[in-house]
Ligand binder design. Structure first.
Ligand SMILES: Nc1ncnc2c1ncn2[C@@H]1O[C@H](COP(=O)(O)OP(=O)(O)OP(=O)(O)O)[C@@H](O)[C@H]1O
Length: 222
């Protein structure tokens, strides 16, 4: 399994947000749908190792987030829904910093900058539009040699051209073996991206929405 979780529980104080007995996915592109407040961002931050949790999170059947935190984090990247960056930094600064942390191969920053049409590299984040900030965060999420890229609400604030560029990049990285988790409040409705399966995060757990694709999760009650 590319990613598997067991008995995953996450609470804020006594407010339990996630209680997932078992969930696992193979390679592919997955769409994760959830209503406001369902816990998508909490799930993604937990999977990215940013929040404490109970249970087990395992990548490629061998990298346990708790036991091999560095190896795990080098292989899983998260692009946040509404990223916040220090106002005085530029996209060039951020790309250089994250590229080093993620051990990005030579030429990758330029490849991503071109693919996403980032032409505001030296403008401070304080002067960037929300679409520019989002494009920067998307580029950061591809850096290194990840096995899994999670993009939380990747389509908000970007225009149609940028969406096409992003889908092209997702296809290219998928061809290199990268698995994607993409989230939205909406059901999946994009003809230009083929997804492996769609899940809904409901009642604190993951429910498969197209059970024919992958029969290892409970079906969403209609
Ligand atoms: N830092 C926090 N402290 C306390 N409660 C939190 C915190 N972050 C999130 N929550 C609560 O956890 C629940 C899930 O929030 P989360 O942001 O994960 O949902 P979401 O599915 O991403 O929602 P949205 O789509 O509206 O962004 C909500 O009830 C929220 O109030």
């Amino acid at each position: 399994m590319t990613l598997s979780v067991q008995n995953l529980r996450k609470s804020y104080g006594n407010h339990e947000v996630l209680a997932i007995p078992e969930w696992s996915i193979d390679d592919g592109i997955y769409w994760i749908q959830g209503e406001n407040g369902a816990g998508k961002s909490t799930l993604f931050r937990t999977l990215a190792g940013m929040l404490p949790y109970e249970g087990t999170i395992l990548l490629d059947d061998r990298y346990d987030l708790r036991k091999q935190p560095v190896e795990y984090r080098l292989r899983l990247n998260l692009g946040e829904a509404e990223p916040l960056y220090p106002a005085f930094l530029t996209p060039a600064d951020l790309l250089a910093f994250v590229a080093e942390a993620k051990r990005s191969p030579a030429g990758q920053v330029e490849e991503l900058v071109n693919a996403l049409g980032i032409n505001f590299l030296d403008q401070t984040m304080g002067a960037c539009s929300s679409g520019m900030i989002k494009k920067t965060s998307l580029a950061l999420a591809f850096l290194g040699e990840p096995r899994i890229i999670i993009l939380d609400e990747p389509l908000i604030t970007i225009d149609q051209e940028a969406r096409g560029n992003l889908f092209g990049l997702i296809h290219a990285y998928r061809a290199r073996g990268v698995t994607f988790l993409l989230s939205s409040h909406q059901p999946f409705e994009h003809d230009d991206l083929v997804i492996t399966a769609s899940y809904a995060l409901r009642n604190k757990t993951m429910m498969l929405q197209n059970p024919l694709a992958q029969p290892n999760a409970p079906e969403v009650p209609s």
